[in-house]
Structure formats: structure tokens, C-alpha cells
Design a protein around this ligand. Structure first.
Ligand SMILES: Nc1nc2c(ncn2[C@@H]2O[C@H](COP(=O)(O)OP(=O)(O)OP(=O)(O)O)[C@@H](O)[C@H]2O)c(=O)[nH]1
Ligand SMILES: [Mg+2]
Length: 321
């Protein structure tokens, strides 16, 4: 028997493949609009089918161009594709190269593709939380593969690990010093290194250097990062790149690794939701609660230290919960 009638209207529309309903819910997630929660709750049981793949790397290395190529490849294989680009500077938000624009327009007319860009600013629960929710919506919508593009600078690229089961880190030849400084962080993230712009000189050396580093590096859950050379512009190496992603996904299926990873991410999510809620409530209390105001006055007067004040507040919170 169908469970559809018990779903909230918005959730039902997503399951029924209504693109406008999906877009509206994604906007609500972006705005941290609490009215989206019933739909997210109801849709959760229908998710878990999609594979979320991160595509991250420094500015301008060709992540979007690469994603366009991957969309083509995946569509040829009959897979549906959702794309979430976080803080995109090009070309989902405008188009830098004519070829890319044409490909994107083609993708936009394709019912099996859904592209969405979003800002990383203003997400109280972190970028990962909002991205995870958008990915779930795309999953419930029926997308097989979800590609998440993030610019690898600072926090956002690390958070991709909280969302994606496989992450591709895109680099280009002659990043030199940048790779040196990013290196430790990149190895934390990457299951697959993609040396893009292999049509440019120096690509072979860059790929070799990375392979050497990958061979030396400590493995994570028994997996050593793969290194693949690609020219997204020329459309070369994409099959090999996707094979590397699939190899890691297959690896995850062995020995309970996928379940462990999922559990780790879910633990983070549930804790994050509680933290977000407690943070919000506390924020409100600071403004309104008289007892808390008095407590803070005592901290300010050096009558009590901040740690003891926090202890007291924490105990009260637990009692009132
Ligand atoms: N030579 C060469 N240029 C490429 C290749 N792939 C992408 N580019 C060019 O690199 C530039 C940046 O490409 P994007 O795909 O926008 O790169 P990005 O990493 O998404 O950029 P941001 O989102 O701004 O960080 C564009 O001018 C692309 O045409 C490639 O394989 N070879
Ligand atoms: Mg881009």
C-alpha cells in the first residue's frame, strides 16, 4: 500500500518529482525556515539511495567544468544527477566559457539533472548541515548521484567529509607551494585526487608527485587515495576518474565500512541538531532570562568565574529538559 497520503504536501510533491516543489524546499533549507522540517522528517525514510560525491579543490582548478563532464558521463549511463555548488564563482552562477554554458543549458533542459547553487554564509548549523539536507531532498527526489562542489579553502572543504561518501580533490599542475600548505588537509579529505588540466605542461609530474605522497601517507580506513589525470576541457580521463570513484564506493561496501561512515555522519548530525537548538535557546535566554542575566552580572563583577557559571547553566538546562 502506498504511504504517500500520509506525507506532508510538500514532501509528497518531491516524491512525485515536482521540480518546483523541490526548489522551494531547498530554498527553505537555505533560509533555515523551520517550516521545512516536517517535510524533511517525512522524507527521511525514503532516502539513502543516492551516492553523494564531493568535488573540492582550490579556486579555478576546473571543478565546475569537471562536474559538467561527469553529468554527461553519468547521464549516458542512465543515472540521474543532482548538483549542489556551494559558493560557486563560476560557471553555475553565470558561465565563464561558452562551451560550459551550452552544456549547462543542455543539462537544465534534462529532467534527470537538477543543479542548485547555495551560499555557505548564514547557516547556523554549519554548511554541512544545510548541504546534507539539500542532498537528502535530492535523494528523495530520486537522484542517483549527487555531486557537491565546494571551494577548498578553510572549513568548507573539510565539512565535505561530513556529507560525501567519496571526495574528489581537484588540483592542477604547478600548484607547487599551495599543495605543500594544503597537503595535510587534502589528504584528510581526498579518496581520489584528480589532476585536472592535464592538457597543460607539468601534469605528469604533478600526478607522479601526488602518487608518491599518497603511497607514503597514512591510509584512512585502509584506503590509499587514488590519483587520476584528467582534462575536463578536452573530455579526457573522465571514465578513469569515475572508475576511481566507483572503486572507492565499492570498497566502502566491504567490511561494514559504509555503515560505519554513515553512522559517524549521523551521530554528527544528531549532535549538531541538538547543539543548534540548545544554542538558539541559550541565545534567547541571554536576552530574556532574568536569572541568567543576574548570573552574568555576577560573572562580570568577578563574583563567580565563567566556568562555574557555565556549570550552573548546564545543570539547569539538563533539569529543565
Ligand atoms: N586548459 C584547461 N583549462 C581548463 C580545464 N578545465 C577547466 N579549465 C578552465 O579553467 C577555468 C576555471 O574552470 P571552472 O570549471 O570554472 O573551475 P572551478 O574550479 O569550478 O572554479 P571556481 O568554482 O571558481 O573555484 C575555466 O576557464 C575553464 O575553462 C582543463 O582541463 N584544461
Ligand atoms: Mg566552480
Amino acid at each position: 500500500m502506498s504511504r504517500a497520503p500520509r506525507l506532508p504536501v510538500a514532501a509528497r510533491a518531491v516524491v512525485a518529482h515536482d521540480r518546483r516543489a523541490l526548489a522551494r524546499l531547498i530554498s527553505a533549507v537555505e533560509d533555515r525556515d523551520p517550516s521545512v522540517v516536517p517535510a524533511l522528517r517525512a522524507l527521511y525514510a525514503r532516502t539513502g539511495h543516492a551516492r553523494v560525491i564531493g568535488v573540492t579543490g582550490p579556486l579555478g582548478v576546473g571543478k565546475s567544468t569537471l562536474i559538467n563532464r561527469l553529468i554527461e558521463l553519468l547521464r549516458r549511463r542512465g543515472l540521474t544527477v543532482g548538483v549542489v555548488a556551494i559558493d560557486p564563482s563560476s560557471p553555475f552562477s553565470g558561465g565563464s566559457v561558452l562551451g560550459d554554458r551550452i552544456r549547462i543549458e543542455r543539462a537544465l533542459g534534462d529532467d534527470g539533472v537538477f543543479l542548485r547553487s547555495m551560499a555557505s554564509r548564514g547557516h547556523a548549523g554549519g554548511v554541512a548541515a544545510a548541504t546534507r539536507e539539500v542532498c537528502r531532498l535530492l535523494d528523495a527526489f530520486g537522484m542517483d548521484i549527487i555531486l557537491v562542489e565546494t571551494v577548498g579553502s578553510g572549513q568548507v572543504d573539510v565539512e565535505i567529509r561530513d556529507v560525501a561518501s567519496t571526495s574528489i580533490v581537484v588540483l592542477v599542475p604547478h600548484l607547487g607551494d599551495e599543495v605543500q600548505t594544503l597537503k595535510a588537509g587534502l589528504f584528510e579529505i581526498a579518496e581520489v585526487f584528480c589532476v585536472n588540466k592535464s592538457d597543460l605542461p607539468g601534469a605528469e609530474t604533478a600526478a607522479r608527485d601526488l602518487s608518491d605522497l599518497a603511497a607514503l601517507g597514512t591510509d584512512r580506513d585502509g584506503w590509499r587515495p587514488t590519483v587520476v589525470s584528467v582534462s575536463a576541457q578536452a573530455g579526457a580521463g573522465l571514465e578513469t576518474l569515475w572508475a576511481a570513484v566507483e572503486a572507492h564506493e565499492t570498497y566502502l561496501d566491504g567490511d561494514g565500512r559504509r555503515a560505519r561512515g554513515e553512522r559517524r555522519r549521523l551521530a554528527q548530525e544528531v549532535v549538531g541538531l541538538v547543539r543548534e537548538r540548545v544554542g538558539r535557546e541559550l541565545g534567547r535566554s541571554v536576552d530574556r532570562d532574568r536569572d541568567l542575566g543576574a548570573l552574568l552580572d555576577r560573572v562580570a563583577a568577578r563574583a563567580i568565574d565563567p566556568y562555574s557559571a557555565a556549570d550552573r547553566l548546564y545543570r539547569e538546562l539538563r533539569r529543565s529538559g
